[in-house]
Write a protein that binds this ligand. Structure first.
Ligand code: ADP
Ligand code: MG
Length: 564
């Protein structure tokens, strides 16, 4: 069975297809969202999700989050004395989703469709595939997150035709896509976005307000303190969903500091972030040659769109209320599950054809004649332009520049800048050409961008007919076959914490975290409850354990309700 996975920066989810439509697969806590956080315990055991999120504060050195931002790079994370790259950390999240899915569905899962932001480049998509493979899943399809969201809405509403604008604001990424749904064909017309904009920016803004109001404006907090502050800001931020004013508290130097802030002041503080949301919207409309009025439905995706100030902003921008009747947290995973079912050729949705676009321009670097016949080098030559419908294959012909030139270097670049060096370098091919007078030899550079958003480059020397392909493994960010094999071996020795014990482990970790956050008598009570809970766990009497767990849970609940 193929499941759909939304591998988010902040939260990840899995979903599967049923005759009644797509459904989210709950994790070991019975919850739909699994935080994309990984932590390694002293015994080498790997924690994923909610447990790891508690450990961000108590064991921040052994815990990693937001690693999706570094997918496709060689950034290294050192946790529990071992080194991990972003693919490997992501593979733990996927492994956890897979284990939870297998337990829930009672069958083995061997394949997944995974979603990525529309703006992910080739290396980031490749890294996402690798992460799936390292988790023991076949990943033959990558789907853009906004496309998945549109599929979920398209299937839900089944209009004859509609233009969707998908407004996806997650924890750390912002994606805008315009999709055209017509006669069961879903076509992505244009995409744009910002890889460094998301709900976390609003959390940061609230945290900054807090520090400023408490005269700690310039304070450099150590990582653990920073994490506690962030967590408190995050909790307060979410309360704006139900209230006009929220109170945030944070213990600093043995004193509990507070701030009450109303939504108008928060909105003012966030004005510069809200402003950044505008440009990608305008660019997608102009790329798709559409006006705001042409859009039938504006769809909200991503947890951050639950913030009322975002909803108001979107309503004002579009002059109408956006759609959010499919939970913005879940819509991408649900769409990925539909896509997975399509791949399995499920009868119900066989007719939904899908097209997608290349989210950025792919090109190469050339020299062009400038003033007085002097050649200027480093000029960008677009080959596949952004928002071209994929799969796409385009050829561009270049010529030798000098007499007796022996080689031609073909750079593979991605981006929109006129200057070649300002675009992202994806790789290069050095082609030997027969010697002759300048301009005699020609090369055909063919770029093929396939349905997974993966690029193949072929260069053919016209006179000899000889073709060379770009060796993708040379990409600086991508793992080679050998590295993947090695990593699989290394990861095998690491076990993910058994899901049956997740609930109790979570209570212990949460207790540790609350102990570190709180002061005075609350600490004392937490400590004695934890000691007795640990002792109960050792006795291994299921009934007694469940009883003690319930007691601990209600105590934590009381602590949190009291707003310490
Ligand atoms: P990602 O796609 O990056 O994994 P999500 O779609 O899960 O992210 O969104 C996570 C973001 O949504 C976080 O910044 C979180 O604070 C924010 N968020 C979740 N629920 C709410 C809420 N009720 N109000 C405001 N923000 C929320
Ligand atoms: Mg998301």
């Amino acid at each position: 069975m193929i499941i759909g996975i939304d591998l988010g920066t902040t939260n990840s989810l899995a979903a599967y297809f049923t005759p009644e439509g797509p459904r989210i697969i709950p994790n070991s806590f019975g919850e739909n969202l699994t935080p994309s956080v990984v932590s390694v315990g002293g015994d080498g055991e790997v924690y994923v999700g909610k447990i790891a999120r508690e450990r961000q504060i108590t064991n921040s050195e052994q815990t990693a989050a937001v690693f999706k931002r570094h997918m496709g790079s060689k950034k290294e994370y050192r946790l529990g004395g071992k080194t991990f790259v972003p693919e490997e950390l992501s593979s733990f999240v996927i492994r956890k989703l897979k284990e939870d899915a297998e337990a829930f569905l009672g069958k083995k899962i061997d394949e997944a469709v995974i979603s990525t932001p529309a703006y992910f480049n080739d290396m980031q998509r490749r890294a996402t595939k690798t992460a799936g493979e390292l988790a023991g899943l076949k990943v033959e399809r990558i789907v853009n997150e906004p496309t998945a969201a549109a599929i979920a809405y398209g299937l839900h509403e089944r209009p004859a035709e509609a233009k969707y604008l998908i407004f996806d604001l997650g924890g750390g990424t912002f994606d805008i896509s315009i999709l055209d749904y017509n006669d069961n064909v879903m076509e992505v017309r244009a995409v744009a976005g910002d890889n460094f904009l998301g709900g976390e920016d609003f959390t940061n803004a609230l945290a900054a307000m807090f520090l400023y109001k408490n005269d700690l404006g310039g304070a450099e907090l150590p990582p653990r303190e920073r994490a506690i502050l962030q967590k408190s800001a995050e909790t307060a931020k979410k309360e704006f969903a139900v209230g006009k004013a929220v109170t945030m508290s944070y213990p600093y130097n043995g004193e509990m500091l507070n701030m009450t802030v109303n939504i108008d002041d928060f909105e003012k503080q966030c004005a510069f972030i809200l402003n950044k949301l505008r440009a990608p919207v305008i660019r997608t409309l102009s790329d798709a040659s559409l006006k705001l009025a042409d859009i039938d439905t504006v769809v909200l995706v991503g947890g951050a769109t639950k913030l009322p100030i975002i909803r108001n902003f979107v309503s004002r921008l579009f002059g109408r209320l956006p759609a959010s009747h499919i939970n913005p947290d879940e819509v991408v995973a649900l769409g990925a599950a539909v896509y997975a079912a399509m791949k399995e050729r499920n009868e119900i949705i066989r007719e939904l054809v899908l097209t997608d676009v290349c989210p950025f321009t792919l090109g190469t670097s050339v020299s062009v004649p400038g003033a007085k016949g002097v050649y200027q080098s480093g000029v960008y030559c677009p080959i596949i332009e952004r928002n071209t419908v994929i799969p796409a294959s385009r050829v561009s012909r270049v010529y030798t520049l000098y007499d007796n030139q022996q080689t031609v270097r073909v750079d593979v670049l991605q981006g929109e800048s006129r200057k070649a060096r300002e675009n992202l370098f994806l790789g290069e091919l050095v082609i030997r050409v027969p010697q002759g007078p300048a301009g005699k030899e020609a090369l055909d550079i063919r770029y093929t961008y396939n349905v997974n958003g993966i690029l193949e480059v072929e260069v053919t020397t016209v006179s000899t007919g000889k073709t060379e392909k770009l060796i993708i493994e040379k990409n600086p960010g991508a793992m080679t076959e050998d590295e993947i094999r090695q990593s699989l071996e290394n990861l095998q020795s690491l076990k993910i914490h058994p899901r049956e014990k997740d609930e109790y482990r979570y209570l212990l970790e949460k207790g540790e975290r609350l102990y570190q956050e709180l002061l005075g008598s609350a600490r004392y009570e937490i400590s004695s409850l934890l000691i007795s809970f640990e002792a109960t766990l050792e006795k291994q009497d299921p009934e007694e354990i469940a009883e003690a767990a319930a007691e601990l849970k209600s105590f934590f609940q009381m602590l949190e309700d009291e707003d310490y």
